[in-house]
Design a protein around this ligand. Structure first.
Ligand code: ZN
Length: 224
């Protein structure tokens, strides 16, 4: 990856493992990094507070944007406490943790803010490997959205997806390469039940994260 040390980047940031790894990746490749965090009626407001804390720890300007309209349009298990979360992906549909339109909306908001700030580079932690099957995490969608945003705003945005082809084990490896393995392990919040670091251990996000960590530690030659 080429360095853009003369340019700035806006990171779509939630304070989870993936976007925190992306934040530090961006800090290594760009002059200034800005963090943008969306609220959309998540089950756990501490997700936002934790994101703010990590931004502070890493000296990153932090902005919160209210995108809660999305949860009023399409109820899902991330925003509606009365919906039981799918533990597995149903055979013929997406798990109810899927928020339709979310990433397209978030990228549009992010590009609008980047436009106003004169920022060209957007960074998002979506991944096609180990993902839950969400269509708006795929590389083809990101390329399409990038083209659309450029046409819509007559700009040359570049959407960076450093995790696109990395499974969870490889995301841990990247955090280690960036020198923030312990920080990501101890300070990020990925768990759907709002438990910091290792999390509750049984929700889909925890199982994916902890399996990847275990695999990475085995590869690295030490155990948990
Ligand atoms: Zn969990």
């Amino acid at each position: 990856m080429k360095d853009y040390k003369e340019q700035d980047a806006l990171v779509l940031f939630s304070g989870g493992q993936d976007s925190t790894t992306c934040l530090y990746w961006a800090k290594q490749h760009f002059r200034n990094t800005f963090a943008l965090c969306f609220t959309y009626g998540q089950r756990h407001s501490q997700e936002v507070e934790n994101a703010r804390r990590i931004a502070d720890m890493s000296d990153t300007p932090f902005q919160v944007l209210d995108a809660s309209i999305i949860s009023r349009l399409a109820p899902n298990s991330l925003t509606d406490f009365t919906v039981q979360m799918d533990e597995e992906k149903p055979a013929d549909s997406y798990p109810n943790t899927f928020v339709p339109g979310r990433n397209l909306l978030f990228l549009t908001f992010a590009a609008t803010i980047a436009y106003a700030k004169g920022i060209r580079h957007l960074v998002t932690g979506v991944s096609e490997a180990d993902y839950s099957g969400y269509p708006d995490c795929r590389d083809t969608f990101i390329r399409s959205a990038n083209a659309t945003l450029n046409l819509a705003m007559d700009k040359q945005f570049v959407i960076h997806t450093p995790l696109m082809w990395r499974n969870k084990k490889e995301v841990w490896h990247l955090a280690d390469e960036l020198g923030v393995f312990d920080m990501v392990k101890n300070e990020t919040l990925t768990c759907y039940n709002g438990v910091l670091a290792e999390g509750c251990g049984h929700c889909p996000a925890c199982r994916l994260r902890n399996k990847g960590l275990q695999d990475y530690l085995v590869e690295r030659g030490n155990k948990l």
